[in-house]
Design a protein around this ligand. Structure first.
Ligand SMILES: Cc1cc2nc3c(=O)[nH]c(=O)nc-3n(C[C@H](O)[C@H](O)[C@H](O)COP(=O)(O)O)c2cc1C
Length: 350
C-alpha cells in the first residue's frame, strides 16, 4: 500500500508540487511518530569540524531552501541538514517548469535558480525555532549579482551566529556567471573577504565551499593550492553537473539545468579522490552526488569524504533512505573489519 502510494507520488505528481507535499508531511508530528526508526550506530559517530556527528548522512542544500523542516529531518535518520541556498533578497527563480524527473535514470535535472524567501525572512524563521541539531546554511548571490562578493558577505552576517557552518555556493549552474567564482582571483578575494568578516564578527563558524563537478585537473590543482594556502575549513563536493547527459535514457535528458542522482556519482567520486589526495587529507570533504544506499555512501567515504549529503535519492527512495543508508553502512564497516567510519575515509586513495 505504502509502496503503491509512493510510486504514484513519484511518477505522477508534478515535481515541485510533490516537493511541497513532502515538506508538509515532514512537518506533521503525527506522521513522524515513526515507523521511521532512528537508531544510534556507534561506529558511525565521529567528530568533524569540531562537531559531534551521530552519523555521516546529511540532507543536501535545495530540499529545505526556506528553513521549514531542519528540526524534523533528524527524525528521519539524518545526522545533519543544510538550509538554502539563501540569497539576500527573496526571489522567484526561473520560470516553471524547472524541475524534471528522469525516471529511468533515477535522476533529476533542475534549473530552479535559487527561489527562496530571502535572508531576513529565513533568519527570523530560524530565530523562532532554533536548530536542535547540526544545521548548515548555504548562501549565494541574487540573480544579477553573481560576480559580486557583497551578497555573500550580507548573508554571512545574518547567519554566522545561528548556523553550525556556512556553505558558500559558487557552483549552482542556474545562476548566470556564478561558476566564475572558481577562478583564482575571484575565489581568493571571496575567501579573504569572508575570513575578514568572520573575525570582525568574532565568529568561529566553519566556512565551507561547494564546488562544481564540471572542472578540469588544472582548475582542481589551483583550487587546492588556494584552499590550503587560505586554510579553508571544508569543502562540499559536488553540486549538480551540466555534463554527462548523453549517456542518459530518459526523454527529459534534453532539459537544461543541473543533473543529480546516480548519473553523477562516479564524476563526483573522482573529484573527491583528486581533492582528497591533492589536499593531503588536510581539509574535510562532504561528498554529494548519487548517494542512495550503504554501498554508495561507503564509496564516497573511501574516496575521501568525511560526511555525505543527498537529495535525489530522497525523491526516489522516500523518507526511509537515510535510515537505510546508516543501517547498511554500519554493517558494511563491520563486515570489512573497520571499527569506526573515520578509519575508512580516503582508503581508496592510498
Ligand atoms: C531540485 C534540486 C535543488 C537543488 N538546490 C540546490 C541549492 O539551492 N543549493 C545548492 O548548493 N545545491 C542545490 N542542489 C544540489 C544538491 O545539494 C546536491 O549537491 C546535488 O543534487 C547532488 O546530490 P544528489 O545526487 O544526492 O542529489 C539542488 C539539487 C536538486 C536536485
Amino acid at each position: 500500500m505504502y509502496k503503491k502510494l509512493f510510486e504514484f507520488y513519484v511518477t505522477k505528481t508534478e515535481p515541485e508540487k510533490a516537493h511541497k507535499l513532502a515538506l508538509q508531511l515532514i512537518k506533521n508530528p503525527f506522521l513522524l511518530r515513526n515507523p521511521f526508526s532512528n537508531k544510534d550506530y556507534k561506529n558511525l559517530n565521529q567528530k568533524i569540524l569540531n562537531m559531534d556527528f551521530k552519523n555521516p548522512v546529511g540532507l543536501a542544500a535545495g530540499f529545505d531552501k526556506n528553513a521549514e523542516v531542519y528540526n524534523e529531518i533528524g527524525k528521519l535518520g539524518f545526522g545533519f541538514s543544510e538550509i538554502g541556498t539563501v540569497t539576500p533578497e527573496s526571489q522567484y527563480g526561473n520560470n516553471k517548469p524547472r524541475v524534471f524527473r528522469l525516471l529511468e535514470d533515477k535522476a533529476l535535472i533542475n534549473r530552479l535558480g535559487f527561489p527562496n524567501d530571502g535572508m531576513i525572512e529565513i533568519k527570523s524563521r530560524m530565530n523562532k525555532n532554533s536548530p536542535k541539531g547540526i544545521c548548515g546554511v548555504n548562501i549565494g548571490p541574487n540573480k544579477d549579482n553573481a560576480k559580486d562578493v557583497n551578497d555573500y558577505v550580507l548573508c554571512f552576517d545574518q547567519f554566522c551566529k545561528i548556523a553550525s557552518y556556512i556553505t558558500i555556493n559558487i557552483s549552482s549552474p542556474n545562476t548566470p556567471g556564478l561558476r566564475q567564482q572558481h577562478k583564482d582571483e575571484n575565489i581568493t578575494k571571496l575567501i579573504d573577504e569572508l575570513h575578514i568578516r568572520r573575525s570582525e564578527r568574532s565568529s568561529n563558524v566553519p566556512i565551507l565551499f561547494k564546488v562544481s563537478p564540471d572542472i578540469n585537473d588544472e582548475e582542481i590543482d589551483s583550487l587546492c593550492r588556494i584552499f590550503l594556502d587560505k586554510r579553508v575549513d571544508g569543502l562540499i563536493l559536488t553540486n549538480t553537473s551540466i555534463s554527462k547527459k548523453e549517456s542518459l535514457t530518459s526523454a527529459n535528458r534534453i532539459e537544461e539545468g543541473g543533473l543529480s542522482g546516480p548519473p553523477i556519482e562516479n564524476l563526483s567520486n573522482l573529484l573527491i579522490k583528486k581533492f582528497y589526495t591533492r589536499l593531503n587529507a588536510k581539509i574535510p570533504i562532504i561528498g554529494a552526488g548519487g548517494v542512495g544506499d550503504g554501498k554508495s555512501a561507503f564509496d564516497k567515504i573511501k574516496s575521501g569524504a568525511s560526511l555525505i549529503q543527498l537529495y535525489t535519492s530522497l525523491v526516489y527512495e522516500g523518507p526511509f533512505v537515510a535510515n537505510k543508508i546508516n543501517r547498511e553502512l554500519s554493517s558494511i564497516l563491520k563486515l570489512n573489519g573497520i571499527e569506526n567510519i573515520s578509519d575508512a575515509i580516503g582508503i581508496d586513495c592510498n
